[in-house]
Design a protein around this ligand. Structure first.
Ligand code: GN1
Ligand code: MG
Length: 371
């Protein structure tokens, strides 16, 4: 069972494949007590499911005139078990960025009537609300190297705005989130406890992942090299986490700050390579549609280094960034498959196996094309 299907009053409007079917009237009754914690006249608003995240549930809150005014989100506390850490990181990052660039668009979170960061409902679920940023387009598909460049540019700008800070003041809300050694251990552990059937189905992938352990050595050398700086990482650098100005198509700011953490530049640069270089995304099951797009790869790296001056030691690691993150994601999807699909929302059986396979194909493409 995936988290997506767990007990929730209004699950019926989350259907497969991103299509949404819902009855606004029945939903509103459920949401009124939540809205009331943040707003004085909750009955005026309409709630509409929003976005495509695999982890949290997101809704748009429209006013009586149908104008979007807030974003309401239920935090997945199975995954983000310490919501206060997230709120602390967000407050710290917002203050830092605001002091350096007052034009930067970031999500401003509302306090509850009790002056808290979250409203905790009767069932213990955590809710937060932020101000909707108008005229911002949310892009999910990267269809030009220029967009890839701008995305990398914007994530680099974000990290740059968060430098000069004591990085240890940021705490990863998910411990060891991008720790490749830990992810590999979790994978080995899950493999030991998997059902025979799943082990069998994943055998070629498992073997492939074991052949890629040299990437663990690269990772180990990186973390033991004091010349590689710790930088604040966004740690989920997909294009949909950037807001683009509807008017001129330029980036306005970075959203989804839940995984802010001290880390290495490979996290952000690598996840951009992972999510933007192949023409198809991690849910693609037709491997023929996956290709290495050299122009996109070069655009990502340029966008990143044009903003963030990397040290000579970091520059040597650039070719590994995408490989390390793709390897990690393949391990994570297969780990979840072995664990019985408890982490990532799935819409069909074996989806995590297919996703892992997709990421192994991608890793092979990166190995073949990035030297
Ligand atoms: C999760 O929910 P979403 O799509 O923002 C995951 C990322 C993975 C991604 C893979 C907290 O992000 O680390 O790369 O799925 N976030 C968490 O699609 O685990
Ligand atoms: Mg995310």
């Amino acid at each position: 069972m995936s988290y997506e299907r767990e007990s929730f009053a209004a699950t019926s409007f989350f259907s497969h494949g991103g299509f949404v079917i819902f009855n606004p009237h029945s939903i509103m009754d459920n949401f009124n007590p939540i809205l009331k914690a943040f707003l004085t006249a909750p009955h005026q608003y309409t709630i509409i499911p929003f976005g495509q995240g695999l982890i949290n549930r997101t809704y748009r809150v429209d006013d009586a005139a149908g104008k979007p005014v807030f974003i309401l989100q239920q935090l997945n506390t199975h995954i983000f078990a310490r919501p206060q850490i997230i709120a602390g990181n967000i407050t710290r990052a917002a203050a830092l960025i605001h002091a350096r660039n007052q034009a930067y668009h970031y999500l401003q979170f509302l306090k509850t009537d009790l002056q808290e960061d979250y409203h905790i409902d009767e069932e213990g679920r955590y809710w937060r609300m932020s101000v909707y940023i108008p005229h911002a387009a949310n892009i999910t598909i990267v269809d030009s190297p220029q967009k890839a460049y701008l995305t990398a540019f914007e994530f680099a700008r974000f990290t740059l705005l968060l430098t000069d800070h004591q990085p240890e003041k940021f705490i990863s809300a998910i411990p060891q989130f991008h720790d490749l050694n830990w992810r590999f251990h979790q994978f080995e552990k899950a493999l030991r406890s998997a059902t025979q059937q799943r082990k069998e189905a994943a055998k070629p992938l498992t073997e492939f992942l074991f052949t890629q352990q040299h990437l663990l050595t690269v990772y180990q050398q990186m973390i033991s090299n004091p010349a590689i700086p710790i930088r604040i990482q966004h740690a989920d650098t997909k294009i949909s986490n950037i807001l683009f100005d509807e008017k001129d198509g330029l980036p306005m700011g970075v959203i989804d700050w839940d995984t802010l953490m001290p880390g290495y530049f490979i996290s952000d640069l690598g996840d951009m390579v992972r999510t933007m270089v192949a023409a198809a995304d991690e849910n693609e099951t037709d491997w023929n549609r996956m290709e290495f797009r050299k122009d996109y790869y070069e655009a990502i790296v340029s966008g990143y280094v044009d903003v963030l001056p990397l040290t000579a030691e970091e520059q040597q690691l650039i070719p590994y960034a995408g490989k390390l993150m793709t390897y990690m994601q393949a391990l994570r999807f297969l780990t979840d498959y072995f664990n019985g699909d408890i982490y990532y929302a799935t819409s069909y059986v074996h989806q995590n196996l297919y996703r892992a396979s997709n990421q192994c194909h991608l890793l092979q493409l990166l190995n073949d094309n990035i030297k």
